[in-house]
Ligand binder design. Sequence first.
Ligand code: C5P
Length: 287
Amino acid sequence: MRELYLKAPAKINLALHVKGLREDGFHELQMIMQSISLADRIKLKKKSGGIIVKNSHTELPTGRENLAYQAAEIFFKNNPEINQGVEIYIEKNIPIAAGLAGGSTDAAAVMKGLYLLFELEYDLKELRSFLENIGSDVPYCLEGGTVYASGRGEILEELPFIGEKYLVVVTPAFKISTPEVYKLYDQIKGYDKFDFDSVQNNLKNDQEIDWELDYKNDLKKAAEKICPEIKEIKDIFKNTKAEFTMLSGSGPTVFSIYSSRELAEKAAARWPRKNDFVTVAKTVPSY
Ligand code: C5P
């Protein structure tokens, strides 16, 4: 195989609970992750040597700071018998630094893609442990789906797929620094009570999601303080007949889930804030 095309889906969080600050500086988390159809497209092409990253977005770095580059570097280090290189082209559709795991999903796709391109077998567990070094969300992005993630975000338990649901994803033109949100979270904290067990039970045992349970995001207060536009976006969503609205990850992306595709499309078509990234997507199962 000389080249390969891959899809790298974005994720949203349906719940995000911060349990506390760990000694290593990361936070102990409980999260429900969900993949969505909004995706980057990646092309991998064999080269005589080296790693080259190209992309459709001028703001994205193409060197070592790019997580996809780091994934390729780890791949070649762990497979020294390969004496070729790769050119990676990323068609960037997922907003950057938006709480949608855009960089993480590219890295996971490149890692999996390189094993396919060079026709090597891989062990999923091993791949996840390689990817943990790139970022907390990257192991999840290898297969996606509806997942309970704990630890830093790298301990994964697959849940039943929540089914195909339509949503509108809105990202203001404001890049949020995740460490900054966590830093502010440490000062102001999140919700006083968070019944994560009930959320997990609901997803494991019931046919329908009970949005009245603690489907919420502990990073909300901190993210809204840093980016007040989040609140404005939520206020607009309130008048769109959404079933559920929440901040994804550390933001600033806000999404709303609708009972039908038509309602989602109507909300997106009538979106009044012209500088926001707005798209209709649907939830997707593990890939
Ligand atoms: O793991 P990742 O590189 O994506 O994390 C980015 C930043 O988010 C970390 O440097 C840290 O500030 C914060 N973070 C955290 N606890 C986690 C995950 C991320 O504090 N579990």
